[in-house]
Design a protein around this ligand. Structure first.
Ligand SMILES: [Zn+2]
Length: 409
């Protein structure tokens, strides 16, 4: 068997460094919010870089930017995103897009063009300044008018952003691709967590993207005088909510390894030094890799909330506010990524992704896989975000090996 192909590691680094200068912040990170000047400049850089290397380029009706090698009716997509959260780091998204370009360069250089086109794609608004996964949902044909009517960044910001980028709201739907024209999707991304670093692994093989549910819990007790009401006679909604918040930690640690639960907000009413809280409103979010685990975890959390409410003679009201199903990634893609890592002598670890990615939109329409590389200290969405150049190159090499196998090159 021939030795595995490699990307040009020095070129990959030089391009990532060039990109990191676009939207650079004094803190050493980047600020490339969707459709802001820096984001549009980064996208222009991407097209120019691809054209300089002799690749065809295109921009679709959702603003997704592509560089294409080879022809044919079907395309194998390699992507990620060039937008960032405000005050983000230099690797989230950027690594996947630049590595995709370098995979195309390496394939072109080796004359190893597979029977389908290879397309490096920069998806629009992944990180959610405006909508989140906007470009990839549009390409997958899963964008809904509900989402566009009430986007998380506000409707005015979305319309203004589309205008800046020369896009039309109605046109976004035209970015949909016929799934028959898609040969697959692979994405290289930084892990954004500490698992690979702790395990001493160089490559993460992402088996699924976790699902999440969010609930608002309202504890209704009785507000009363904080000086004259004896401790044993209180119906303290604040204590019930606090006891529940503390109990979630041990419940997850004890019975749901790998899952996470977070009480991200807790408000007490009326909210005064000298009044026992009559009402407590708590925001609960939990995530797990499998739907069955999410079901069991939800049940266990609610049993726990009812127990704490009962113990303090407080009523409990439960309002579901959000639900994302887990997205399993393609088993064949996972195997191909694992084999590619093995051929390169890299230590790979199968793991779920705790964060959302464009791959979850693509998984609905084509076989999709993801490669993770370690994040130093597990830090992300921060200027300190860092992945070693060696790990970046390893990830790109694995992407290259896996796509050659899956695309039949
Ligand atoms: Zn990302």
């Amino acid at each position: 068997m021939a030795a595995p192909l490699h990307v040009d590691a020095a070129g990959l680094r030089a391009d990532l460094e060039a990109l990191a200068r676009i939207g650079a912040t004094p803190a050493g990170g980047i600020d490339r919010s969707s459709f802001g000047d820096a984001h549009l400049a980064a996208r222009a850089w991407f097209l120019a870089r691809a054209q300089r290397a002799g690749l065809r380029t295109r921009v679709d009706a959702a603003g997704n930017h592509s560089a294409i090698l080879g022809g044919g009716k079907r395309a194998f997509l390699l992507g990620s995103h060039l937008d960032s959260v405000p005050g983000g780091g230099n690797f989230d998204g950027a690594l996947g897009v630049v590595a995709a370009l370098h995979v195309l360069f390496a394939v072109a250089g080796a004359g190893a063009a597979p029977p389908v086109a290879l397309e490096a794609i920069d998806f629009t608004d992944e990180d959610g300044t405006l909508v989140g996964l906007l470009g990839s949902w549009a390409l997958a044909g899963a964008l809904t008018s509900d989402v566009l009517r009430a986007p998380r960044g506000g409707r005015e910001a979305l319309l203004a952003g589309l205008e800046r980028a020369g896009l039309r709201e109605q046109g976004l739907y035209d970015a949909r691709r016929d799934p028959a024209q898609l040969a697959g999707y692979l994405e290289l991304h930084i892990e954004q967590g500490p698992v690979l670093e702790r395990a001493g692994a160089q490559i993460g093989v992402v088996t699924s993207i976790v699902g999440s549910r969010s609930l608002r819990l309202r504890f209704h007790g009785e507000a009363n005088h904080a000086g004259t009401t004896p401790m044993g006679e209180r119906r303290d909604a604040g204590l019930a909510a606090a006891a529940f918040a503390v109990a979630t930690e041990s419940l997850v640690a004890r019975e749901f390894p790998g899952a996470v639960a977070t009480v991200g907000d807790l408000r007490l009413e009326p909210g005064a030094f000298n009044v026992i809280p009559g009402r407590a409103v708590l925001s609960l979010e939990f995530r797990a890799a499998e739907a069955a685990t999410l079901d069991r975890l939800e049940h266990a959390l609610l049993v726990c909330a009812r127990r704490e409410a009962e113990a303090r003679r407080v009523d409990l009201e439960i309002e579901p506010v959000g639900r994302w199903e887990p997205t399993p990634l393609d088993a064949g893609a996972c195997d191909a990524i694992e084999r590619a890592a093995e051929r390169l002598g890299l230590r790979a670890l199968r793991m779920p992704s705790g964060a959302g990615h464009d791959a979850q939109a693509l998984a609905g329409v084509t076989r999709a896989g993801m490669v993770f590389v370690p994040s130093v200290g597990g830090i992300s969405h921060d200027p300190r975000e860092l992945t070693s150049w060696e790990d970046c190159a390893h990830g790109a090499d694995v992407l290259l090996g896996a796509v050659l196998e899956l695309a039949g090159g």
